[in-house]
Design a protein around this ligand. Structure first.
Ligand SMILES: Nc1ncnc2c1ncn2[C@@H]1O[C@H](COP(=O)(O)OP(=O)(O)O)[C@@H](O)[C@H]1O
Ligand SMILES: [Mg+2]
Length: 319
């Protein structure tokens, strides 16, 4: 498979009053054409920092982001604008991401005006098409964000993100702020849009059920690093990294047979400022060995099944 996006050794360090905070620590992954890759992990593990770095909304400190075989850090001018249009983002909260003073026509149309100078009737027509694409009628054109429900607002945000016909959408917890009943509708819409337009998604979430529904592959992130990766169903049914297993067991299940297995992950995520040597999960891990505290384990995998885990004492297939 030819990768649409290749991320190599991405690094981002925030300078804080308490010291340097390494939010993303050498992350590498690929996303193929029309593929959905999920990025999961507890709050604070660095997911949004990855998203913002891919969009160049923050400047990473190291690594490469290659889109369609072009290194985004070296392009400029017209080529940069062309490539920037091909990647867009939808944020978690449609209540804060949409300008309350703008009509839907302006919200969805603004990128078209900026990029192509589209105005007047031609703009209205295009915006109406984009609204229809996300299941909203043209009667909404003159309305303001507060006149919509959360699910409708997220549809508007998606329409805006798709206005310039990107090839990759970064979805940063796109359904987390929505009512459970509405989440499924938005997820179904995202699946439809992907099929209709051949889109690739980086789907960021801490909701594993959602990830299982929408993604092909998953990247499990812990304290700025990927600790496990592979096809979603395989990773979730047969996790190799103890952190992945703990994450699965900590999620409330709708399946009553699994409910009494619910176990919160013990201990706290170490501070990204003062990280312990060795594996950052070692202080919380059931399977910890003395040597886990010495060295940071590499993400090693088996080439034949695309799976990899950064653990020196991974779970066996039998467990
Ligand atoms: N602008 C910032 N300045 C300083 N620290 C930040 C900033 N943004 C995020 N962080 C810190 O970086 C780490 C990763 O944050 P984030 O990428 O938002 O994680 P996630 O999206 O997984 O919750 C956290 O420890 C967070 O507190
Ligand atoms: Mg986040």
């Amino acid at each position: 498979m030819n990768a649409l996006l290749t991320v190599e050794e991405l690094r981002k360090c925030y300078t804080t009053s308490r010291g340097d905070l390494i939010a993303v620590d050498g992350l590498s992954f690929e996303i193929g054409e029309a593929e959905t890759v999920a990025l999961v992990g507890e709050s604070g593990c660095g997911k949004s920092t990855v998203a913002l770095s891919l969009l160049r909304l923050i400047q990473p400190d190291g690594g490469r982001v290659v889109f369609d075989n072009v290194d985004l850090s070296v392009v400029s001018g017209r080529e940069e604008r062309r490539l920037r249009r091909q990647v867009n983002i939808v944020f978690q909260n449609p209540y804060s991401s949409l300008d309350p003073k703008m009509t839907v026509r302006k919200i969805v149309g603004e990128p078209l005006t900026t990029a192509f100078g589209l105005r007047g009737r031609a703009l209205t027509k295009r915006v109406a098409e984009h609204l229809e694409d996300v299941g909203l009628g043209a009667e909404h054109l003159t309305r303001y964000p507060h006149q919509f429900s959360g699910g409708q607002r997220q549809r508007i945000a998606i329409a805006r993100a798709l206005a310039l016909k990107p090839r990759l959408l970064v979805l940063d917890e796109p359904t987390s702020a929505l009512d459970v009943s509405v989440q499924a509708q938005v997820l179904n819409l995202l699946k439809e849009l992907q099929q209709r337009h051949g889109l690739s998604y980086l789907f960021i979430s801490h909701n594993l059920a959602t990830v299982e529904f929408i993604a092909n592959r998953v990247l499990v992130m812990y304290l700025g690093r990927i600790v496990e990766t592979g096809p979603v169903h395989e990773v979730f049914s047969n996790p190799r990294h103890p952190y992945t297993q703990a994450l699965i067991q900590s999620i409330p299940s709708t399946d009553p047979r699994l409910r009494n297995r619910l176990r919160p992950i013990k201990g706290e995520v170490p501070s990204p400022i003062d990280r312990p040597p060795g594996c950052p999960f070692a202080p919380r891990c059931d399977r910890v060995l003395p040597s886990c505290r010495d060295e940071l384990p590499d993400l090693v995998g088996t080439a034949n099944d695309l799976r990899a885990a950064a653990c020196i004492n991974p779970l066996d297939k039998e467990t």
